[in-house]
Design a protein around this ligand. Structure first.
Ligand SMILES: [Zn+2]
Length: 147
């Protein structure tokens, strides 16, 4: 369900998909109401759920790129105007058509960036480290040397 909401590839980790969709893990969704039956208020149960989810998100082995971009689950999950589509999901999960991702599936022979030849073409490289943002290398594009 989370993958459908974010329009993501099936290769996106469950942790990242749930995070982007703003859907807590199902076991936490089930346990939170039981806390209310034991005397916790709705707010306390909700805060418990967000705390447990945040703890899992921080220690997960998966979705680390997404975690760098969205470290605080409570802020993201409760942001009412988020709209994650196919292209934003690709960026937020680094499952884009970057050469680094395509290399994992052997669709290209090298992950070398075609624009600057200085690094591996992944979302972080293209959009943050080198080519993105003001003062980035986007205006100083170098082309690979042909053999
Ligand atoms: Zn580059």
């Amino acid at each position: 369900m989370a993958l459908r909401l974010i329009r993501g590839f099936w290769t996106i980790s469950e942790d990242a998909a749930l995070a982007l969709a703003g859907l807590p893990p199902i076991d936490l969704e089930i346990k939170a109401p039981s806390l209310m039956r034991c005397g916790a208020s709705r707010l306390e149960a909700h805060e418990w759920l967000l705390g447990e989810w945040q703890s899992r998100w921080q220690t997960s082995r998966w979705g680390r790129w997404t975690y760098q971009l969205i470290p605080e689950m409570a802020v993201w999950a409760e942001f009412q105007h988020k709209c994650v589509d196919y292209h934003l999901t690709q960026f937020l999960t680094d499952h884009s058509c970057s050469r680094a991702y395509l290399l994992k599936f052997r669709h290209v022979e090298s992950a070398q960036c075609l624009f600057c030849v200085d690094g591996e073409e992944a979302a972080e490289h293209v959009l943050i480290q080198v080519h993105g943002g003001e003062g980035g290398a986007k205006d100083d594009v170098r082309y690979p040397v042909q053999p």
